[in-house]
Design a protein around this ligand. Structure first.
Ligand SMILES: [Mg+2]
Length: 482
C-alpha cells in the first residue's frame, strides 16, 4: 500500500532574539526570530518538516494560514507526490485554492505560509529518497527539473524550452562541480558583525572573530536614519570595519581569496569586501543621497535601499550609484517570481537575494534561479533568520550545480544565531565556506529538536510561560513614532 498524507501539525515557535539585538536593523529593531513550523505525516510513518520565518507578532496569523494550506495535502498519495512532476503538480494545486487565492494572490501571509508546506513536502520527498535536498534536485534530469519548476506568469522572461536548454548546457561538468564543492564548500559572507544595535567595541570584536573564521565578505546594518548625525555614525562604523578588514596584519593567515571572486566588489588590499544593508528605510532619492556619503567605505552594494516592491525605484538608485562603484542588492522581501522577473527586466539589481520562505518554496525558487542565470545576475540568498541558513545552502548548491554553473562571485549569507535548535545545523569550514550537507537522512535540514520546540512554542512553552519572558514581551515599540 502506498503511503498517504494523513495529518499535519503547525507550531508557533518564537525565540527571544530581541533581548540581545541579534538581527536588529534600522527597520526591524527588536525582532524575536520566529518560525511557523509545519510537520506533515503519512500513514506509513514518513514525516516532512517545513518552516516559514517571521520576526514575532503575527506568527500566529501565519500558523493559521499554514494549517489551511497544509490541510489541502491530506489525502495525497506519496506515489503521486514523490516525483519531480508530482512536486510540480502539488505546487500548482496548493496555489490554486479558489478562495484562499483571494487573500494573496501569491504574496503576503498566504504565500509565506504556502512556503512552509511546500518546503515540508520537499523535505519528506528528500528523506524518502535518502538524499539531502540539494542532491535530490541535482540528480533530476533537466526535464525533471523543468517539471518541478513553476513557469506560470513568467514565460515572457523564460520558457520551459529555454530553461531546458540552459539546464542541459550545465549537465557537462556537473560531476566535477559536485567533487569541487565537497572539497571547497560554498562561499559565504557574515552578517553577524554589524547589527544595528551593536556598539563599536562589539562590532570590532566580531569583525576580528569573523576574520579568524576565514570570512572575507562582511555586511553591516546601516543606521540608515534621516538625520545627519547617523550618517556620521555609519561613516565611523564602516571606517572602523574597513580599518580592520583592510589591515594585512589583522588578516594574516586568512585564506587568500581568488581575484575572480572579487571582481566588481570594491575589495580592499587584503581582498576584503564590505556590504551595507539599510532594510527599506529610504525613499529613492534619500537612498542615493545617503549612500553617496558612504562612498569612502567602498561598499560592494547597498541592500534593500527602499521599498522592496519598488522596481523602478531600485533601477533609479542603481543607475545613480553606479558612478561610485556601489551596486544594489535586494530580494529578501521579494514576494514572488513576477517581482523578480520585473526587477531583472528593469535592470534594478546587481545581486539577487532570494528568500527560501518568502517565495513559496523550492518550486518557485527554481524559477527565479533560472531567470537570474539567463540574465547573468548572481543569486546570493538571504539567510538572516531562524532556519534560513539551513535552507539556503541547499538552494545555492542547486544553483551552482544545475543552473548558473558558477559560484565564483556568489556569496551566501551566514548568521550564527539559533543553530543549536536544529538536528542538522549548517557548518562553516576554516575558509569561511559552508560545508555541504551530506547526511542522507537530513532532507532539507530543518528538523528541530523536540526540546527546543517544547521550550519556545508560543505562548505556553517553558520559556514563554517563565518569568524571563516578561521583558521580551515588553519589546516591540522599536518603530513607534517618537
Ligand atoms: Mg537584509
Amino acid at each position: 500500500m502506498p503511503g498517504t498524507v494523513t495529518s499535519y501539525t503547525v507550531e508557533d515557535l518564537r525565540f527571544p532574539t530581541s533581548l540581545d539585538e541579534a538581527g536588529s536593523d534600522a527597520m526591524n529593531k527588536d525582532g524575536d526570530y520566529s518560525a511557523a513550523y509545519c510537520t506533515l505525516r503519512t500513514d506509513d510513518g514518513q514525516v516532512g518538516y517545513g518552516l516559514t520565518f517571521t520576526i514575532g507578532r503575527g506568527n500566529d496569523i501565519v500558523c493559521s494560514a499554514v494549517e489551511q494550506v497544509a490541510s489541502r495535502l491530506v489525502g495525497w498519495k506519496t506515489e503521486e507526490l514523490f516525483t519531480a512532476a508530482g512536486m510540480g503538480r502539488m505546487w500548482h494545486y496548493l496555489l490554486a485554492d479558489s478562495q484562499l487565492r483571494w487573500i494573496g494572490p501569491e504574496k503576503g501571509v498566504i504565500h509565506i505560509a504556502t512556503a512552509a508546506v511546500v518546503n515540508a513536502a520537499w523535505d519528506m520527498y528528500a528523506r524518502h529518497e535518502k538524499k539531502p535536498l540539494w542532491q535530490l534536485v541535482a540528480d533530476f534530469t533537466p526535464e525533471e527539473f523543468v517539471a518541478a519548476t513553476t513557469f506560470r506568469y513568467i514565460t515572457d522572461a523564460i520558457t520551459p524550452e529555454e530553461a531546458l536548454e540552459l539546464l542541459k548546457s550545465k549537465e557537462a561538468g556537473k560531476k566535477e562541480r559536485v567533487a569541487k564543492l565537497k572539497v571547497e564548500g560554498y562561499p559565504a559572507y557574515t552578517t553577524s558583525v554589524g547589527w544595528f544595535g551593536y556598539p563599536d567595541e562589539k562590532v570590532a570584536k566580531l569583525t576580528r572573530e569573523a576574520i579568524a573564521q576565514g570570512f572575507n565578505h562582511f555586511k553591516a546594518s546601516s543606521q540608515a536614519m534621516k538625520v545627519g548625525a547617523d550618517v556620521a555614525t555609519d561613516q565611523r562604523r564602516l571606517a572602523l570595519i574597513r580599518s580592520i578588514i583592510d589591515d594585512p596584519k589583522e588578516c594574516a593567515g586568512r585564506p587568500v581569496p581568488s581575484a575572480g571572486s572579487l571582481v566588481g566588489k570594491q575589495a580592499g588590499p587584503t581582498g576584503s569586501v564590505l556590504m551595507i544593508d539599510s532594510n527599506q528605510v529610504w525613499d529613492v532619492q534619500e537612498a542615493v543621497d545617503y549612500v553617496k556619503q558612504l562612498k569612502d567605505a567602498r561598499p560592494w552594494f547597498i541592500e534593500e535601499p527602499t521599498a522592496p516592491d519598488d522596481i523602478l525605484g531600485h533601477a533609479s538608485i542603481r543607475k545613480q550609484l553606479k558612478p561610485y562603484g556601489i551596486g544594489v542588492a535586494t530580494g529578501e522581501h521579494g514576494h514572488n517570481r513576477m517581482l523578480f522577473k520585473q526587477m531583472l527586466a528593469a535592470e534594478s539589481l546587481d545581486v539577487l537575494q532570494i528568500d527560501s520562505c518568502r517565495l513559496a518554496g523550492v518550486n518557485e525558487i527554481l524559477a527565479v534561479l533560472l531567470m537570474a542565470a539567463k540574465k547573468g545576475i548572481p543569486v546570493c540568498p538571504h539567510a538572516g533568520g531562524v532556519g534560513l541558513t539551513n535552507y539556503v545552502v541547499h538552494l545555492s548548491i542547486i544553483d551552482y550545480l544545475c543552473v548558473s554553473g558558477t559560484k565564483e562571485r556568489n556569496v551566501l549569507e551566514y548568521v550564527s544565531h539559533l543553530h543549536e535548535h536544529f538536528e542538522h545545523p549548517p557548518t562553516i569550514n576554516p575558509h569561511g565556506f559552508y560545508n555541504v550537507p551530506l547526511d542522507p537522512n537530513e532532507g532539507y535540514s530543518i528538523g528541530m529538536h523536540d526540546e527546543s520546540k517544547a521550550t519556545y512554542v508560543y505562548p505556553h512553552g517553558k520559556y514563554w510561560s517563565g518569568a524571563g519572558a516578561d521583558k521580551v514581551k515588553a519589546n516591540g515599540d522599536g518603530n513607534k513614532l517618537a
